[in-house]
Write a protein that binds this ligand. Structure first.
Ligand SMILES: [Zn+2]
Length: 368
């Protein structure tokens, strides 16, 4: 007999179910132990690339499992677990910035709008289908429109019995304060470097230590970077950044347009990430430290560090980080890249000597 739910499972075009992450197990155990007195709303917060969405999905499956293990985690084999993994569990709602087209394909959108939250409100008001618990995940929660966040607030203020909301955010400061304050905050667990490197090696990453360093210690970000096939492009940028006097903005900008049009935004993100890591380490080395993000580039960074103006470097780095956070709709990725390269060159331009000044100011900006 094929049930309705099994037919749904066959139709589901959901993403593959993510494996549990070893560094999240202890937190899942402590939540599973307290499941009967669980708070009604959780906010999983922390930097990108630690696996917050994966944690939310596994917390949901632990709650919805119909035959939990002795330590109260999901068994992975019951109907509840299978439906969660297939994205078809009737008591689980996953609210993400996607729009489903009439032909069933998913298109990424910028915001989570009011309609998704109205749908969620309806979901929380019906009785659960299977086990008496309903779970809704909103990821990433900072994408909620103000209108949607206010609608969600009503559900948070009058939580329906048996419903658990899990908000996921790497920018919790952007959430409506009234929404954030009603959630129990769960800081996303961070693995030790050794644990993260072992996990990455298990995923088949050849140089897990370098990938993890470049990703700032975030293992899922490291995995994405190591597997995106762009290491040659990154190396080209780092080689070019090491010789600012030879940098040509137009040539570097052309590298963005060398990608197919739909991929140019991603190429700009790659450049922004590379510039952010490079300038972060350049500042570190200029301050007498060792590079953390690009340990393999220590020599080039060491050669550049005496030539860079520290204050300007910090300002430039901040502007890169800001642009990375707002890269959603760049008007023209190539022009953005060209101006980034021009501004980077300026960090090493010889300082004009004030006219009439006696002697050099000795900034070292033009030296070397
Ligand atoms: Zn189960």
């Amino acid at each position: 007999m094929v049930s309705e739910s099994e037919a749904d499972v066959a139709e589901a075009a959901a993403e593959p179910w993510p494996d549990a992450l070893p560094w999240q197990r202890n937190l899942r155990l402590s939540f599973a132990a307290g499941r009967d007195r669980a708070h009604h709303a959780w906010l999983v917060a922390g930097p990108r690339g630690l696996g917050k969405r994966t944690l939310a999905l596994h917390l949901a499956r632990d709650l919805l499992c119909e035959s939990p293990t002795a330590d109260a985690l999901a068994c992975g084999n019951c109907d509840g677990c299978r439906y969660v993994a297939a994205g078809t569990h009737p008591d689980l709602r996953l609210i993400e910035p996607w729009r489903i087209e009439p032909d069933g394909t998913r298109v990424a959108v910028q915001e989570i709008g009011i309609d998704a939250i109205r749908d969620l409100t309806g979901f929380t008001q019906i009785t659960s289908h299977r086990r008496g618990v309903r779970v809704a995940i909103v990821a990433p929660a900072e994408r909620l429109t103000v209108e949607a966040a206010n609608a969600l607030l009503k559900t948070l203020e009058e939580p329906p019995a048996g419903t658990i909301l899990v908000l996921v955010s790497h920018l919790p400061g952007r959430l409506l304060a009234t929404v954030a304050s009603r959630c129990l905050r769960i800081p996303a667990p961070r693995p030790s470097p050794a644990e993260a490197i072992a996990w990455l090696a298990g995923q088949g990453i050849a140089t897990p230590d370098l990938a993890l360093a470049y990703a700032g210690g975030a293992p899922l970000a490291a995995l994405r970077i190591a597997a995106d096939g762009q290491s040659g492009e990154r190396a080209h940028w780092f080689d070019a950044l090491a010789r600012p006097e030879r940098l040509e903005a137009i040539a570097m900008g052309a590298r963005i347009d060398a990608a197919d049009k739909p991929d140019r935004k991603a190429r700009l993100e790659l450049v922004l990430d590379a510039l952010a890591a490079w300038t972060e380490d350049l500042a570190r080395v200029a301050g007498g430290g060792a590079p953390r993000r690009l340990p393999g580039r220590a020599d080039a960074l060491g050669a550049l560090a005496p030539r860079v103006a520290g204050v300007d470097l910090c300002r430039y780095h901040r502007s890169i980080v800001h642009q990375r956070a707002h890269v959603a709709r760049p008007l023209n990725p190539r022009l953005v890249a060209e101006s980034l390269v021009d501004a980077y060159r300026e960090l090493f331009a010889p300082q004009p000597r004030p006219s009439g000044a006696a002697g050099s100011r000795g900034t070292g900006a033009g030296g070397g």
